[in-house]
Design a protein around this ligand. Structure first.
Ligand SMILES: Cc1cc2nc3c(=O)[nH]c(=O)nc-3n(C[C@H](O)[C@H](O)[C@H](O)COP(=O)(O)OP(=O)(O)OC[C@H]3O[C@@H](n4cnc5c(N)ncnc54)[C@H](O)[C@@H]3O)c2cc1C
Length: 369
């Protein structure tokens, strides 16, 4: 006999655990995770930033709608803020005026080279034609956020079952049946929160894929010379997203901002792209990188139009999509999980999120049908 619940969620990354936490006080919820621990894939590999200027319009609205929760969570959810101040600086090179204007249009502020050097004393401002800032960007404690969602889920009686890859998925007598190495599970509603594997899960369930594309991104952590304190530096990104860097525990995280289309897999870093990124970094910051401490790669998964896919599939009863968060799935998780938990329970998008300009039609999988 299968173990039954009201909702099965596939994937224990930030997407699956956040929607699970939002549902578990009303419904019985089982989260199935193929790895031996939650957060092993994209959620555990992010740059841990909340950057309101980042991404397309829908993402920016979802990011704004998530900011208060991340900065000042309800005390019953977490005692402490999940964020610490960071700030963002956009570096425009000659020829990038169009991109810089787009950042200005969404409210980023120009600063002088001198003001930029107050923030990053080693910045080689002579090579940079425009510098914009947004002081509101913050770092996110991703692990604390993920843990808080899982704690909330468990407090309400929900379960996360690891080493439980959804192998076969079928609809029988009004329920989805999922077979795993840890037994069989059944529920009338299944949530596809499988990140890079989202289309794969759909195929297994006999549901038409939406065209998700995982893209690999590489990151290197480089130690800084003893006399160089980087802790107060802002996250700094080139206006064409050709590279970015941000402080991490006294060192610098440097990324080529690569977005190489790949199949879903356990990703690793592209060493060539990282070498180029470090070279670029040294062109704009007067530091010699002598050593790379460690590297990693992760997958950012996009729908064809770059916006998340959230909602019931029109052609498969009880099959709910929560995928396509791209490079923004942490900073948008509070808003996306509230939207998803509401839609699953037959509610509309919460008014405060709708007020930021997000509509169901922009997120629904039906836009690809
Ligand atoms: C280098 C990098 C930097 C990033 N920086 C940021 C950032 O600064 N800010 C931000 O907001 N976002 C950032 N992101 C994006 C963010 O990490 C993702 O959008 C987010 O983690 C996606 O969460 P998820 O839960 O959908 O995916 P995942 O965390 O990948 O979770 C999906 C889960 O589904 C499981 N799964 C798959 N198939 C099955 C199956 N058959 N059965 C059971 N389980 C299955 C997987 O094992 C996995 O645990 C970054 C991503 C990368 C790679």
């Amino acid at each position: 006999m299968p173990q039954t619940s009201d909702v099965i969620i596939i994937g224990a990354g930030i997407a699956g655990t956040s929607v699970a936490a939002g549902l578990a006080d009303q419904l019985s919820v089982t989260v199935l995770e193929m790895e031996d621990r939650p957060g092993y894939h994209s959620t555990g590999r992010s740059a841990a930033a909340w950057v309101p200027s980042y991404g397309p319009e829908v993402i920016r609205a979802l990011t704004r709608a998530s900011g208060d929760f991340l900065k000042r969570p309800p005390t019953e959810f977490n005692d402490l803020s999940f964020t610490t101040p960071r700030g963002e600086m956009v570096l425009g090179l000659p020829g990038e005026e169009e991109e810089i204007d787009a950042y200005r249009a969404i409210g980023m502020r120009d600063i002088t080279g001198e003001e930029a050097r107050e923030r990053i004393p080693l910045l080689r401002t002579e090579a940079i034609s425009s510098i914009l800032v947004d002081e509101t960007a913050v770092d996110i404690d991703v692990d604390a956020l993920h843990q808080a969602y899982m704690r909330t889920l468990r407090k309400s009686g929900g379960h996360i079952i690891c080493d439980a890859a959804a192998e076969t998925i079928s609809r029988q007598n009004g329920s989805w049946h999922v077979s795993t190495g840890k037994g069989e599970f059944a529920a009338p509603v299944i949530v596809n929160a499988a990140g890079a594997w989202g289309d794969e899960i759909a195929k297994r369930a006999g549901v038409r894929p939406v065209g998700l594309q995982p893209k690999r991104r590489s990151v290197a952590v480089v130690p800084m010379p003893l006399e160089t304190s980087v802790d107060q530096w802002p996250l700094s990104i080139n206006s064409r997203e050709a590279f970015y860097f941000k402080p991490q525990s006294g060192k610098l995280l440097v990324s080529p901002a690569d977005a190489t289309p790949v199949d879903p897999h356990d990703a690793w870093a592209d060493d060539m792209a990282l070498a180029e990124a470090i070279d670029q970094f040294q062109r704009y910051v007067d530091v010699e990188v002598t050593r790379v401490e460690h590297t990693w790669g992760g997958l950012r998964t996009f729908a064809p139009d770059g916006d998340p896919v959230v909602g019931f599939d029109g052609a498969a009863e009880g099959f709910f999509w929560l995928t396509g968060q791209g490079g923004y799935g942490i900073q948008t998780a509070p808003a996306l999980s509230r939207i998803a938990a509401g839609l699953i329970q037959g509610l509309k998008i919460p008014d405060d999120i709708a007020a930021t300009g997000v509509s169901h039609g922009q997120l629904s999988p039906q836009r690809f049908r």
